[in-house]
Design a protein around this ligand. Structure first.
Ligand code: GLN
Length: 252
């Protein structure tokens, strides 16, 4: 099957090799006989609900976020419609922040967001940097571990009852206090975890791919055939051990 991917602002939001997540989607889809068609969606482009099966946005500095935010807000309604129709979506760090209601920078400026996720972000005085280990709170994969790296000034506060990606085992997570990380709406996942995220968390890549294939075929998501993933498991183990050893500790 062809999986149509919309990569939002690839030339602006791509730090910590976030575009590596696309390479993982490509390789894991190809290993099951599927093909990814990746379309960059940047400033001035149009988002058409239903045109993509998978949407992706990476992280970026405040400066780059400010450059794309006005354009992203323009797509807000179309992106919310696409998510409502079951598109799969992964948003990382700066992209994750701007898919909420907005981001208040350290200078007090407000960047309005696309309001897909039920949260708001406020930049703090200090940056939350380091290795992170989560236990998934996704009903599809309760307790499975997610390992990555975070570097953000933003503190993301979820609305009461909003679904998360995981419980923080080591690291700061959304705000360094709640003990949770990430956010989920329908088949849209947001996270602070860079790395890139997916090479060391292949099950999460497969979950998003299964959702994208379901969107492409109009059927229910089916688990994908497992791959060997020796290297991926090793990368996960190294990353998880580093997080346990030196990841930030939520202030309790
Ligand atoms: N600029 C945002 C912050 O500092 C996001 C950073 C990022 O994407 N790593 O919080």
């Amino acid at each position: 099957m062809i999986v149509r991917v919309g990569h939002l602002y690839p030339e602006y939001l791509n730090i910590y090799a976030d575009r590596g997540n696309i390479a993982v989607f490509e390789r894991r889809a190809a290993a099951r006989g599927h093909e990814l068609q990746v379309e960059p969606v940047s400033i001035g482009s149009t988002v058409v609900p239903g045109r993509h099966d998978l949407l992706y946005v990476g992280g970026g500095q405040d400066r780059e976020q400010a450059m794309i935010a006005p354009d992203l807000v323009r797509h807000g309604a179309a992106l919310r419609q696409a998510v409502g129709r079951g598109v799969a979506l992964l948003a990382v760090c700066g992209g994750y922040q701007l898919l909420g209601r907005g981001y208040r920078g350290r200078d007090g400026s407000w960047l309005e967001g696309a309001s897909i996720f039920e949260h708001e972000t406020l930049a703090g005085e200090t940056r939350m940097i380091g290795d992170v280990l989560l236990e998934s709170t996704l009903p599809e994969a309760p307790g499975r571990t997610i390992a990555g790296f975070e570097n953000h000034a933003g503190r993301t506060v979820l609305d009461e009852g909003a679904a998360t990606l995981g419980r923080v085992v080591a690291g700061y997570g959304n705000d360094g206090a709640s003990g949770f990380e990430g956010c989920r709406t329908e088949r849209a996942l947001g996270t602070y975890l860079h790395g890139p995220l997916l090479p060391r968390n292949p099950w999460l890549a497969d979950l998003l791919l299964a959702w994208a294939l379901a969107h492409a075929s109009g059927s229910e998501p089916e688990p994908l055939a497992p791959l060997a993933d020796e290297l991926e498991r090793e990368a996960h183990a190294v990353s998880a051990a580093r997080a346990r050893e030196r990841g930030g500790r939520p202030a309790r």
